[in-house]
Design a protein around this ligand. Structure first.
Ligand code: PEP
Ligand code: MN
Length: 352
């Protein structure tokens, strides 16, 4: 697969490429007002979801095809390009008929090879740019597989959107960034255009700016950011949408480094360190919970907290493991002792 840079007529030289607009098109007024404000701020590509993939039925599932003329009007009145999500061959037909300039395929669709193949078949011969979001699950091969399906259908004006990955444990992010995944994609396809979606990664207004900055530091090509003229009243993703004014401020605050070669390498490595530390701490927390359960057992069975035979064996076995992994004996000794000490403290606390 020979993926080249995305061609966006008239916008070739810009980094970041910015796509902005509401999560969903809700009404003609909301679309026109948001679009007018964004165009005034210099935004060149307007996004709005017409068909919305919602987790549960009964939520706002998008306005549907009646919203397409509103996007046409945005194009005519503001001169912006317009973009929307397609998930079925019927969407593709309607979107093309309505003169949409750019299509994206959402994360839930990207996770389904049957749906991806159907879309690839429906898109055959379409000559507008297509952006493929990462699948909801952290599976790089599935993401690449989706790109291959599009590429094999003869589509070459392709790019990707990194929107983070769903996980069961809710942490600070709505969708964990797992930066190493888009980074690996870029390593394999160095020319591919990668756009970051800080709105869906963060899931919260205050996280949009730092995530966007991280994406710029990692040399991403662009950003897709949700913006709504009245975010608090948005029918979908209200918590993560910015007003056009805040979006403009956020974009102006971004530091775009031209010479990203060295800082890029450094931040790639730092990202990996950040993710590993998070895993280490998560594992430690799990270990402490188990220690606590053991402590409860000891308490119920009237056993002492410290059993020296077990401790000696634990120190020795961890030393052996560590040396096989090329870790210094002193280092292993100090962390194992610190962890053990904390476990003992946790168990002693149960007696209080
Ligand atoms: C969206 O962009 O509004 C959207 C539904 O995104 P995702 O497919 O990333 O969840
Ligand atoms: Mn959204």
């Amino acid at each position: 697969m020979e993926i080249k840079k995305l061609v966006l007529k008239g916008l070739e030289a810009n980094r970041p490429i910015v796509i902005a607009g509401p999560c969903s098109a809700e009404s003609r007024e909301q679309v026109m007002q948001t679009a007018t404000e964004l165009a005034e701020k210099g935004i060149k590509i307007f996004r709005a979801g017409i068909w919305k993939p919602r987790t549960k039925p009964g939520g706002f599932e998008g306005i549907g095809a009646v919203g397409l003329p509103w996007l046409k009007e945005v194009k005519e009145k503001t001169g912006m390009m317009v973009a929307t999500e397609v998930a079925t061959p019927a969407h593709v037909l309607e979107a093309i008929k309505a003169g949409i300039d750019l299509l994206w395929i959402g994360a839930r669709t990207a996770a389904n090879p049957f749906a991806m193949q159907e879309l690839a078949d429906a898109l055959k011969g379409v000559d507008i740019p297509i952006l493929l979001k990462n699948p909801v699950n952290p599976d790089l091969e599935l993401w690449i597989g989706g790109l291959e399906r599009l590429y094999n259908a003869g589509l070459t004006n392709l790019g990707v959107i990194h929107r983070g990955f769903s996980s069961y444990d809710k942490k600070i992010y709505r969708n964990a960034p797992l930066w190493h995944i888009p980074i690996e994609l870029k390593r394999r396809y160095p020319e591919i255009t990668i756009i970051c979606d800080p709105s869906h990664i963060g899931g919260a207004r205050e996280l949009v700016a730092p995530i966007a900055q991280q994406a710029m530091d990692l040399n991403f090509d662009g950003l897709i950011i949700e913006s709504h003229c009245n975010p608090d009243c948005a029918l979908s993703d209200a918590k993560q949408q910015l007003t056009p004014a805040v979006l403009d401020y956020t974009l102006n605050m971004l530091v775009i480094r031209d010479n990203v070669q060295t800082t890029e390498n450094l931040s790639v490595l730092r990202k990996q360190i950040d993710e590993l530390d998070e895993q280490l701490l998560t594992l430690l927390a799990k270990r402490m919970r188990i220690s606590q359960e053991i402590g409860t057992y000891k308490l119920e069975h009237n056993m002492p907290v410290l059993q020296s035979g077990r401790y000696d064996q634990l120190l020795k076995s961890r030393q052996d493991m560590g040396s096989k992994l090329n870790l210094s004996g002193e280092f292993v000794d100090s962390i194992v002792k610190a962890i053990h000490e904390e476990s003992v403290r946790v168990q002693l606390d149960l007696k209080k």
